[in-house]
Design a protein around this ligand. Structure first.
Ligand code: PXP
Length: 256
């Protein structure tokens, strides 16, 4: 898959559940958002079942898996309890992420170098039943090589540091971070890994990262759900699709 020019858009519906949970009850329903996202052009749905269940809960995950017609990407921490749930849910994919109770969102990638022995059995157990395993990592050569030795077929490169630097106007840092993503994506492809990216992306950053030809999937949540307040979820997804297709087409034109 690496090197392919197609770029999938996974829509993360966690923050629909965040809004629901702010009031309690059942509205707005992340399953309804997932169905609408697919209708609007999402290639898959991503949801993160956190240990503290701050947004998506077990019932959401089960309902989304049972109903949607596109692949479900189940984000989770590498714990025995989550492994059991994932094995029962049987999503298309699991993305292993680091999780800290005190963080607002997933800060930084997995410690795949130090956590190699711990993570390997999770990757093999999930892979054994046909679940595509990805590791959410920093875009470094060491992390990519550790992902290979863990046996995961996919890495998702953490774009948060790049997006944060851009939003703070830190141009030099942003350029360095983009350089890390560019060489990380190239190295992942060289190692035979399927390469995804996500975290903190908006229309502009998604368009730019779509220009990295090795990346075949972007997972985007917070910005799309926020933008939906202003222009509606279907319009936000359509605009995101157009942005990533424009970014990819520009890159292909340069390569000709
Ligand atoms: N990819 C992974 C692995 C994540 O943990 C998250 C956040 O849950 C995202 C993508 C989406 O990030 P954002 O909500 O900032 O678009």
């Amino acid at each position: 898959m690496c090197g392919s020019r197609a770029l999938r858009l996974g829509v993360n519906v966690d923050h629909v559940a965040t809004l629901r949970n702010a009031r309690g009850g059942t509205f707005p329903d992340p399953l309804r958002a997932a169905l609408l996202a697919i209708e609007a052009g999402a290639d898959g749905i991503t949801a993160h079942l956190r240990e503290d269940r701050r947004h998506i809960n077990d019932d959401d995950m089960a309902r989304i898996k049972a109903v949607i017609s596109k692949p479900l990407n189940f984000e989770m921490a590498a714990t025995e309890l989550m492994l059991d749930i994932a094995l029962k849910t049987r999503p298309h994919a699991v993305c292993l992420v680091p999780e800290k109770r005190t963080e607002r969102t997933t800060e930084g990638g997995l410690d795949v170098v130090g956590g190699h022995h711990y993570l390997k059995p999770f990757a093999s157990e999930l892979g054994r039943v046909g679940i595509r395993v990805s590791l959410f990592i920093e875009p470094t050569i060491e992390a990519i090589e550790a992902a290979v030795s863990i046996g995961a077929p996919v890495v998702e490169l953490h774009t948060g540091a790049w997006c944060n630097a851009l939003s703070l106007g830190e141009e030099i840092k942003a350029e360095q971070e983009f350089g890390r993503l560019k060489s990380g994506a190239a190295h992942a492809a060289l190692c035979g890994l399927e390469c995804h990216a996500g975290h903190g992306l908006d229309f502009d950053t998604a368009r730019k990262i779509a220009g990295l030809p090795q990346i075949v999937e972007l997972n985007i949540g917070h910005f799309l759900i926020g933008e939906a307040i202003f222009i509606g979820l279907a319009a936000a997804i359509a605009k995101m699709r157009a942005a990533i297709e424009a970014g990819r087409a520009q890159e292909m034109a340069k390569a000709l």
